[in-house]
Write a protein that binds this ligand. Structure first.
Ligand code: HEC
Length: 89
């Protein structure tokens, strides 16, 4: 029984580590770099929005500061939707 628990713990650790090693997506990296300048990242992380709502929010942020290219804005929107998104019902 003890062995099983230890094997499971090791497997969980390997899975966690390999996920970290796989690294973050471009959208996630950009989000962390650009979206915490004026307010905390938690401002976004505490929300769950649809694809359109995320896109609209990012459009609004871009009016406050011109710090993103269209491509970067798209990558961030994609990341936020995948991680903190919900589908329209
Ligand atoms: C130039 C400063 C600035 C930058 C950069 C910025 N924000 Fe904001 N953000 C604001 C301000 C000001 C508000 C409050 C007013 C508002 O909601 O429009 C806000 C509010 C928000 C909110 C809360 C909106 C709501 O409906 O409650 C979210 C989510 C958000 N920002 C996400 C982001 C994301 C994602 C990025 C990166 C693409 C980003 N912000 C970059 C200034 C900024």
């Amino acid at each position: 029984m003890k062995t099983i628990v230890i094997v499971c713990a090791c497997l969980a650790l390997v899975v966690t580590l390999s996920r970290d090693l796989a690294g973050e997506s471009a959208g996630e990296a950009l989000f962390k770099r650009k979206c915490g300048i004026c307010h905390g990242l938690d401002r976004s992380q505490s929300k769950v929005m649809s694809r359109q709502e995320w896109a609209a929010t990012i459009r609004r942020m871009r009016q406050y500061a011109d710090i993103l290219t269209d491509k970067e804005a798209e990558a961030i929107a994609e990341y936020l939707f995948e991680r903190y998104g919900h589908y329209e019902d």
